[in-house]
Design a protein around this ligand. Structure first.
Ligand code: KIV
Length: 276
């Protein structure tokens, strides 16, 4: 057993969206990690992670693609099944892949498959005000939704690369407005990816739902990282916003536990992982 997070699967209630509202109200920071298979999902849950993201980042870290764009709904259902079979306590969040939510009926059916076949308890989709109708339609079916603003990797070609978003005043204003609209549409959580820390803090204070940051500074309600990055097994260079927790000579379970601990104690992310 790891020595940081402890074995949280024993005699503990299942995490739900209500858990994250309670954390937000009590200002308790929480850690989120990606997983794509049962073995790692179990280790991550045992380390005390409350929310496991079956991210479409699997296209890059598992399938070896340069972007998340080739990932299909069938890929997402398969990996969500692998993760959800292992999770007894943590909430499982599945990404809706590229072009699986281009219109309302397609979006509702894609969400259905991730929940009904995959075993996820919440779905995540990328986009701003343009996705408000889609978010509302999925929520109307009783499915929780996490919205995703800032760097949206499925739009990498339109954004001109994996770049920080929200540095210009008009873009920052738009992001604040989009966050409000997505919350009003019924989103339960919000991911902010690669956003200047001051803007991410402002959005986190302005909305009532928990905000999960990645490359968004210390001011968000939670932090998410890609598992392979914290284990130091990423292809090529580790992103600036991430940290290799294996460097201090820890085993895998303890490295994951160290990430959980650092998020809870607000010692991660540091200024070196943050964008201005
Ligand atoms: O796909 C993914 O892993 C994600 C995180 C980077 C937030 O969306």
């Amino acid at each position: 057993m790891n020595t940081y997070g402890g074995d949280h699967t024993q005699k503990r209630k299942r995490v739900t969206v209500r858990t994250f509202s309670e954390y937000k109200q009590s200002k308790k920071k929480f850690a989120v990690l990606t997983a794509y298979d049962a073995s790692f999902a179990r280790l991550i849950e045992d380390a005390g992670v409350d929310l496991i993201l079956v991210g479409d980042s699997l296209g890059m870290v598992i399938q070896g693609h340069e972007t998340t764009i080739p990932v299909t709904l069938a890929d997402m259902v398969y990996h969500t099944q692998c993760v959800s079979r292992a999770c007894k306590r943590a909430m499982v969040m599945a990404d809706m892949p590229f072009m699986s939510y281009s219109n309302v009926s397609m979006a509702v059916d894609s969400a259905r498959q991730l929940i009904q076949k995959g075993g996820a308890q919440i779905v995540k989709l990328e986009g701003g005000a343009a996705q408000v109708e889609i978010v509302a339609a999925i929520v109307d079916q009783g499915i929780p939704v996490c919205a995703h603003l800032g760097l949206r990797p499925q739009s990498v070609h339109k954004l001109g690369g994996f770049r920080v978003q929200g540095r210009e005043a008009d873009c920052a204003k738009q992001m604040c407005e989009d966050a409000n609209k997505l919350q009003q549409a019924g989103a339960d959580l919000l991911v902010l990816e690669c956003v200047p820390a001051a803007l991410a803090s402002k959005i986190s204070e302005q909305v009532g739902i928990a905000v999960i940051g990645i490359g968004a500074g210390i001011g968000t309600d939670a932090q998410v990282l890609v598992l392979q990055d914290i284990l130091g097994i990423t292809f090529g260079k580790i992103p600036k916003f991430s940290k290799n927790f294996m460097q201090s000579g820890l085993g895998i379970g303890d490295a994951i536990g160290a990430f959980v601990n650092d998020v809870r104690q607000e010692t991660f992310p540091g200024p070196e992982h943050t964008f201005d």
